[in-house]
Design a protein around this ligand. Structure first.
Ligand SMILES: [Zn+2]
Length: 432
């Protein structure tokens, strides 16, 4: 009996403590529901409503990001916000004060729920901007959604209201309602692009998971091209999955604009389970022509979105996040993006070597501009082992000098150069 008492008492204590912790957690967990409506396309404004319930704290701060991860420029998104107001459950306007850059604080003593609503002017098509055009609209959550400070891990929902006849695709988690999506936390919410309006979607399944290729405007990248792209993209995805042992998401979306961006935020940008890319369109845009970008951005879902410099996580959305390690994020991705298309059988050995040679030549330029490109291009694979050793020694030797491995947004480091060329040489020597 004494034995039982000794055993039961701690068990009861633990059970009571557990229930108490659950009760506290339930009491403190906010309920966050966003609504994004687009009713007047000509005005080029989204209307955002955010309902926050279960507030049990004397003050609550709300913050809008100033920059988008992956595109490292400060944009101060609040400059696009109009008619910003916060009301209580009865519709009374609550006074707010700016307590930090793009951050507002309200007193919530005795107030358990609030509504924030505002318009967002969406006039620029870019990787880190929002745009409403006559036949489509696009944004990424980072531009539109407020963070209830201190509640970053809280899930939320997003409900859309869009013009009649428009379609919508989002990287957010689907629900049975095609206009309702969920996000597991704030970082996931703001990392998800949304495209609505007129566009084409081609779906393919890779390792049992749905992958969507969304192309805008509709009809520009025809059905035959889209089908071919999803075929070679799927093989590339499988090649990358083999490196990491599986795909760490439920669905993936590639957003492609076959039109020019309206800012310098062009090119392509990676997200957790999606990427956004611009391509010129027309005859120059072919499946084989855009797969390089697709492979690169897809590799980023690991390298920079899930494997990243410590300084970058958790993101501080209020200011620049500095790190000396972007060369790892970009340089390694540059390399593996190319390797994956080769392993997938999408790129021939000759094409791979050409790209490697071009990259090496780019690294050496401009110091070797007069000789390197011509020299390196001479060293194609062939029976002549002298050629191979010359290629290897050339890249290795020159790789210890000068410029960074990455062509997109990375810092310039000697180490990056050396690592890239080492990887490159190892792979080249394995296939020649
Ligand atoms: Zn990149």
């Amino acid at each position: 009996m004494r034995y039982i008492n000794r055993l039961v008492s701690p068990v009861i204590f633990i059970v009571v403590l557990t229930f108490a912790q659950v009760a506290i957690a339930q009491k403190s967990a906010l309920k966050i529901d966003h609504a994004v409506s687009l009713t007047d396309v000509a005005k080029q404004q989204f209307h955002i409503t955010t309902d926050i319930k279960n507030i049990h704290q004397p003050q609550l701060s709300l913050s809008l990001p100033t920059w988008a991860p992956g595109w490292y420029t400060v944009e101060n998104y609040f400059k696009n916000v109009l008619r910003f107001r916060i009301t209580d459950a009865k519709g009374a306007v609550l006074p707010m004060r700016m307590t930090k850059k793009q951050t507002w604080t309200i007193d919530t003593k005795g107030i358990e729920q609030i509504r924030i609503d505002y318009d967002y002017s969406a006039t620029v098509l870019g990787l880190n901007q929002a745009k409403i055009a006559s036949d489509f609209a696009f944004f990424t959550g980072i531009e539109l959604f407020l963070e209830p400070v201190g509640h970053r891990d809280v899930p939320s929902t997003v409900k859309f209201q869009i013009p009649a006849g428009w379609k919508l695709i989002s990287a957010l988690k689907d629900t049975p309602d095609p206009m309702l999506f969920t996000a597991a936390d704030y970082d996931t919410l703001v990392d998800a692009p949304v495209l609505m309006g007129s566009f084409d979607v081609t779906e393919c399944e890779v390792e049992g998971k749905p992958h969507y290729f969304a192309a805008a405007p509709a009809g520009v990248f025809n059905a035959e091209k889209s089908k071919r792209y999803t075929e070679i993209w799927g093989k590339t995805i499988q090649a990358q999955s083999a490196i990491f042992g599986g795909l760490p998401y439920e669905k993936y979306v590639a957003f492609y604009f076959f039109m020019p961006a309206q800012s310098n935020a062009s090119g392509a940008l990676e997200h957790l389970n999606s990427y956004v890319a611009f391509s010129p369109g027309g005859e120059r845009s072919t499946p084989e022509g855009i797969i390089g970008t697709g492979s690169h951005e897809f590799f980023h879902l690991w390298n920079v979105k899930r494997i990243r410099p410590a300084e970058m996580w958790p993101y501080d959305y209020s200011r620049e996040n500095e790190t000396p390690l972007l060369w790892v994020s970009e340089g390694f991705t540059n390399y593996y993006g190319v390797v994956a298309t080769y392993r997938a059988g999408v790129t021939t050995k000759e094409a791979f070597l050409q790209r490697a040679a071009d990259a090496a030549a780019g690294i050496e330029a401009p110091r070797l501009a007069s000789i390197s490109r011509r020299q390196i291009r001479r060293f194609r694979p062939g029976p002549d082992t002298t050629r191979r050793s010359h290629l290897v020694s050339h890249i290795t030797r020159r790789g210890k000098t000068s410029r960074a491995c990455s062509t997109c947004r990375s810092g310039t480091t000697r180490a990056a150069n050396t690592i890239w060329t080492t990887l490159c040489v190892r792979f080249i020597t394995s296939i020649i």
